[in-house]
Design a protein around this ligand. Structure first.
Ligand code: ADP
Ligand code: MG
Length: 393
């Protein structure tokens, strides 16, 4: 492990950029009374010190850029209790500081997207308090820390949506709260896109071709990697699958914006009062350059719709549910989301929706095959459902 750079924080604390076999990471460090430095854990005060640095305002410190939107410090650190990719520390009841345990290649889309959403007054996300970026030796800015308002008791959609769908499939009286929740999320996503309308431009033919080619590449990878039923189905129905994906090449002229880029139910947190959208880091499976590109709103919509289909599959795995009731609830959820979204985002073009949902399934086949075999039951069930369902559901 080699130290590449460090951001000095008050009280003998640091945020260090280290190079490890798997890539670069941002690591919090604290100095012990004997003078030695060690990796900090929640309670060591590095997240508190980060928040203190934000109170000094936006500034540059060597290769680090601190963007601050807060003047408030807080004390008392604790870890978050859910599984996550990065490492987040809660400070007081005020802030959540996320260290990037794996640095993406820059440039990084989050600063631009969060800044645009803030500027537009979008309130459907945790209040952003600050961002820290680091400029790599190649001259690319990437994100090393994200500091947001902490929302006590917030849970993501792999919890709230699975619970609501399970309950609604068990008993029709539980449908109204599910419908209300999903409609609210549909409006929230539409509000986010409305807030980003100022970033809109028009896709050219090269961009459309790149989307189509990327989808075909994803298909190639999924076919090569999958040994399960979805792999067999892809091989068997390849013509149909390719015809659907081919439509992405026709998107020249469609409107694009600085969308979320990695939207799914896991990015939608439910608090006591409302829903909020988090994680504007872009899609981790894309290259840095592709992650920065503006997207049709349908990319985000498809991510949400397909993840809602996956919610029903997950619900079925953990609870013995009547398949017909579940199928009803699942299509109701997708329709409700889309109707609510469309009512608030009337300019939305649904043409690529099915192709994009299919692409999402293909990505999950590859992801499950490479990293998470126990997730394969989800795309295995989602692929036949999508290929056989009606055009609009
Ligand atoms: P990762 O990039 O590691 O996946 P996320 O930003 O998606 O991290 O957050 C992981 C989890 O932390 C979320 O699922 C949620 O439970 C919790 N979380 C994230 N942001 C907040 C917040 N602002 N307030 C409360 N909890 C949050
Ligand atoms: Mg996340």
């Amino acid at each position: 492990m080699t130290d590449l750079d460090r951001l000095e924080l008050a009280g003998n604390r640091q945020l260090v950029i280290v190079e490890r076999p798997g890539g670069l990471a941002a690591v919090p460090r604290v100095q012990d009374p004997d003078g030695g430095w060690r990796r900090a854990v929640p309670g060591d005060g590095v997240a508190e010190a980060m928040l203190d640095l934000l109170t000094a305002g936006s500034a540059e410190y060597g290769n680090f850029t601190v963007i601050s939107w807060t003047q408030r410090s807080a004390t008392g650190e604790r870890p978050i209790t859910v599984d996550q990719t990065n490492e987040s520390v809660i400070v007081g009841d005020d802030a959540i500081v996320k260290w990037a345990t794996h640095l993406d290649d820059g440039p990084h889309p989050a600063p631009r997207r969060i800044t645009a959403l803030r500027a537009a007054g979008f309130a459907g996300m945790p209040v952003p308090l600050g961002l820290v970026t680091w400029c790599s030796p190649r001259g690319e800015q990437t994100l090393v820390a994200t500091i947001d308002e902490y929302l006590p008791g917030a849970v993501d959609g792999w919890t709230w949506a699975v619970e609501l769908v399970t309950a609604a499939a068990q008993d029709a009286v539980a449908r109204p709260p599910l419908i209300a929740a999903v409609a609210e999320v549909g409006r929230l996503v539409a509000d986010m896109h409305t807030a980003l309308a100022g970033t809109a431009s028009v896709a050219d033919a090269a961009q459309a071709r790149a989307w189509r080619d990327a989808a075909f590449e994803t298909l190639e990878t999924a076919v090569a990697l999958s040994t399960s039923v979805s792999g067999a189905m892809l091989r068997e129905r390849r013509g149909e699958v390719e015809a659907l994906l081919d439509g992405l090449g026709d998107l020249a002229g469609t409107s694009v914006l600085e969308g979320h880029g990695d939207l799914h139910v896991g990015q939608v947190l439910q608090t006591e009062e409302r829903f909020v959208i988090t994680d504007f880091d872009g899609n981790p499976v894309l290259s840095a350059a592709a992650r920065m590109q503006p997207i049709p709103a349908a990319f985000d919509v498809a991510g949400m719709v397909q993840s809602l289909a996956h919610v029903a599959i997950v619900a079925h795995k953990y609870t013995d549910l009547d398949p017909h009731a579940l199928a009803d609830v699942s299509s109701l959820v997708r329709r409700t989301f889309l109707d609510a979204y469309r009512r608030s985002a009337p300019r939305y073009d649904p043409a690529p929706l099915r192709a994009l949902r299919l692409q999402q399934i293909l990505r999950e086949i590859s992801y499950a095959a490479q990293h998470l075999p126990r997730w394969m039951y989800v795309p295995d069930a989602a692929l036949p459902a999508l290929l056989d369902e009606g055009i609009t559901a």
